[in-house]
Structure formats: C-alpha cells, structure tokens
Design a protein around this ligand. Structure first.
Ligand SMILES: [Zn+2]
Length: 240
C-alpha cells in the first residue's frame, strides 16, 4: 500500500472514531412485546374501516398503540386509504365478512364468497390478506369453523365488549372498557362509533397508566398456538 493511501486511510479511521454514532444506532431497539411476561390488551374495531378511522389512526399513532381491525369487505373497498394506513402503521387486519350476514344462517357458498371477497378487497387496498376471521355478530358453528380452516384462519371472538354501539357515550364506553380490561383481554369496539374514537386518547392514557401494553390480537394469542378453524375464546357450550 502506498504511503499516501495509508495515511488517507488513517485519517479516515480517526474521523470514523471521532464522529458521533449515527442517530439510528442510538434509537431504542423495538423488541416485540412478550405478552406472557408483560400486561397486554388488544383493542379490536369491527365493521370498518368506519367513518372515524382516520381520527382513530391518528390517536393510535400519537400514543404508539397498536390495534386490530376486523374489516368489512364493502368498506375496505370504499375506504381503501384507511386500510393501507392500518397496515403501514403496524396494525393488524382481520376479516369480518363482506356485507355482515349471520354466517350461521348462510350456506357454505355464501360464507366462502363473503370471506373471499373481503380478502380480495383488503389485498387490493393494502397488499396483504387478513389471517384472522371474526364472523358477524361473533356467531359461528361447525360449518363456519370448517370454512375458516379452509381459509387457514382461526376464528377470533372477544373476551369482553365495550358496549360502545349501544351506549354511544364517551364516559360509559371508558367505564365499561376499564371494568372488563384484563391481561391478554380482547376488547370489542367499533370505529364507526364517534364516541369511541372521541374518548380514545383518555382511554389509552388510562390503560397505559394501569400498565397495559396496547398490542394486536396476534400478540395476545401467540401462546395459545391456535390452529386454523379454532375458535378463541371458546364461547360457552362450544365443544371442540
Ligand atoms: Zn360486526
């Protein structure tokens, strides 16, 4: 190596040593949350993307909270921008049928087409397909379970509801949600209920103060090792 080149390299080495580490090296590394070790809760929003999904996404982003959206295909089709944002901002998507029929009163052809059309609409909007199924009204039977298995998806219900669709009252929604919140809980909410979205900043702050990490459904069910077609949590009287 020529003397000139080696002294240039020596200077370069000094510069590298003295230069501050690039900012990305100092940013805290984001470890995946382990819900067997810390307190987790999964807020889930059905029937959307609803009218207020944009405001909700802004709030979730501001508080670094993750959520799961069980989308209706018809709205994934009409509001694709929100679907794309949900994926980009780290939320999870589930399939909640295309037009919300009761699957337990539908024939197999209808159920399959409702699920497939929603997979297609979500894929078109955001480039990904949901991996979880929540049938409308949370109603499932063995036929629905078999079809979910064909689509390679577990059926995800909820551990408790916020009753937001019925109370439509910010204080009542918060009170109810906090009353039923529990580690690894899956809470049913709706992003078409304005009061749910209006009360979300305060609700997230309170949940965080109680030590909860707001995560996706897949985070809280990780240790359950669900198979396609499994129902979780199991409703009363469901033999599997
Ligand atoms: Zn629904």
């Amino acid at each position: 190596m020529s003397r000139q080149i080696s002294s240039i390299l020596a200077i370069a080495a000094v510069c590298v040593t003295l230069a501050p580490a690039p900012a990305f090296a100092q940013a805290p590394k984001k470890e995946p949350v382990d819900c067997t070790q810390v307190k987790c809760i999964a807020l889930t929003f059905d029937d959307g993307p609803g009218k207020y999904a944009g405001t909700l996404l802004d709030t979730l982003k501001k508080y670094d909270a993750k959520a799961t959206f069980f989308l209706e295909g018809q709205y994934a089709k009409s509001r694709p921008t929100y679907v794309k944002r949900m994926v980009t901002e780290g939320h999870e998507l589930g399939n909640h049928s295309y037009s919300h029929p009761d699957f337990t009163k539908s024939d197999a052809g209808k159920i399959k087409s409702e699920i497939q059309k929603t997979q297609d609409a979500v894929k078109k909007a955001a480039g990904v397909e949901p991996k979880l199924l929540r049938p409308p009204y949370g109603l499932a039977d063995l036929q629905v379970s078999d079809i979910a298995a064909e689509f390679d998806m577990p059926i995800i219900l909820w551990t408790a509801g916020s009753q937001d669709w019925s109370s439509k009252n910010v204080e009542a929604i918060q009170k109810q949600t906090l009353a039923v919140a529990e580690p690894n809980g899956i809470i049913l909410m709706h992003d078409w209920v304005k009061q749910t979205v209006d009360g979300m900043p305060a609700l997230i702050k309170t949940l965080k103060n109680k030590g909860y990490h707001l995560v996706t459904v897949s985070d809280v069910i990780k240790s359950e090792k669900l198979e396609p077609g499994d129902v979780f949590p199991l409703p009363e009287g469901w033999a599997q």
